[in-house]
Design a protein around this ligand. Structure first.
Ligand SMILES: [Zn+2]
Length: 422
């Protein structure tokens, strides 16, 4: 009898496995609507060369340069008496429409010119930002700017002088900006910076451990990742604001750090950022599609570091946030049907945020966790809730800053509540 019951249960278990297997493979992920084909193939690809150039035209009167970090400018021509053209190419021809550009332009004598941005494998997306020093940026005046949606080009009217004018898709946020920020954080006694690996071009994959927990006390862990996609500067500014709030001197932040460790990897694709890429790392791979096969050193370094949390009896992962940018403020939580720990946490804190900023546009779009992205790996590995936190490319920087810091405060409060309950 015992044997027959055993057989019965074996068959039942077998059927159940078959059923679950069927469910999981029926929704196999091959890319989002905006992804190029084959995006989940994350082995090294050949990339287009991008040469450092300083080019003068019109008998050496008008000049451009891409000789700085984060620059992207492939060629420069004079079209006619007053029209000039910059050509922008991506690091790989199969790519999302996220055409990043950054260059300097100047004239040996004062002149007003029209400058066309002409993209290969993409259409104009980012409103040009201008700067005289590479630090202080302003969006171009709407009267000095037009787009041709059929051609996918943009035309700028620029007043040029001898001093270079910086023109960029978004304000530059490269290693030059990360470094002083990370250095100032490292001054705090409760922040330990670390290098968990190296990119293809040997740049450090930085980790910040932020915590004031007592050695033997059980603690929660919050994971933060940022800048997997180079042009997503508002996401980077958001990461900075969010981490600054967690590291602040407020009573709430202090209490949070007494109970939680923050494991943050704010600069996950340094090669892509430094090279002015549209999307990928130095081997033409979308790092937010490599969280299944881990073919790339950047994702591998972060995963290997996080895996040490797996059988840690003192540390329990409560939440993961992956910062990005797109054309609106939108949060991508894990769909409600999935049971996360804490369950539905993202939905709860977003409700609080919306109540505090009823005028601020915030969208929420849940997704099944079937794609090889950061958030889903955190959920599958630790059972924890996680979110992709997207900040609008065009978000006014002041209010974006205010709202992001408030998000951090709400998340800290609600995670402390969750920890008390468990
Ligand atoms: Zn992104």
């Amino acid at each position: 009898m015992a044997n027959r019951i055993h057989t019965f249960y074996s068959v039942l278990v077998f059927l159940l496995i078959l059923l679950l297997w069927g469910c999981s493979t029926s929704e196999e992920f091959s890319g989002y609507s905006y992804d190029p084909e084959g995006v989940t193939e994350t082995t090294d690809k050949e990339t287009n060369p991008h040469y450092t150039r300083v080019i003068g035209v019109n008998d050496g009167k008008i000049w451009v340069s891409n000789d700085f970090s984060g620059a992207r400018m492939n060629d420069f021509y004079q079209v006619n008496d007053s029209l000039y053209r910059v050509t922008i190419k991506p690091e790989h021809n199969e790519i999302n429409n996220s055409p990043w550009y950054a260059f300097q332009i100047w004239s040996t004598e004062p002149d007003t010119i029209k400058l066309q941005l002409d993209y290969e494998h993409g259409n104009h997306r980012y409103l040009p930002k201008l700067s005289k020093d590479g630090d202080n940026w302003q969006s171009i005046d709407s009267t000095s700017f037009s787009t041709d949606t059929t051609e996918g080009t943009a035309t700028l009217t620029l007043n040029l002088k001898e001093e270079p004018l910086w023109v960029s898709a978004q304000e530059l946020f490269t290693w030059d900006k990360y470094k002083p920020w990370l250095d100032s954080l490292a001054q705090k006694s409760f922040i330990t910076p670390d290098t968990v690996g190296r990119s293809h071009n040997n740049l450090p994959i930085i980790k910040l451990n932020i915590s004031e927990t007592n050695t033997d006390d059980p603690r929660g862990v919050m994971i933060i990742t940022g800048r997997l996609h180079p042009p997503e500067v508002t996401g980077a500014l958001g990461t900075e604001a969010f981490i600054n709030e967690l590291a602040s001197d407020t009573e709430l932040a202090k209490k949070f750090r007494d109970n939680f460790e923050i494991w943050a990897y704010p600069f996950a694709n340094p090669d892509g950022v430094q090279q002015g890429h549209w999307r990928y790392n130095a081997r033409g791979v979308d790092l937010n599609r490599d969280w299944e096969h881990f073919n790339q050193p950047e994702t591998r370094a972060i995963r290997n570091d996080l895996l040490t949390l797996k059988n840690d009896s003192l540390r329990k992962v409560y939440y993961g946030i992956d910062f990005h940018s797109t054309d609106e403020n939108i949060f991508y939580p894990i769909n409600r049907e999935e049971e996360t720990f804490p369950d539905d946490f993202t939905y709860q804190w977003i409700d609080s945020l919306k109540q505090e900023f009823p005028e601020y546009p915030i969208e929420v779009e849940p997704f099944p966790p079937n794609s090889p992205i950061t958030k889903n790996w955190i959920f599958h590995t630790f059972g924890a809730d996680a979110v992709t936190y997207e900040i609008s490319d065009n978000a006014p920087r002041d209010s974006m800053h205010t709202v992001t810091r408030e998000s951090a405060r709400i998340i800290m409060k609600q995670l402390l509540e969750e920890k008390k309950e468990h």
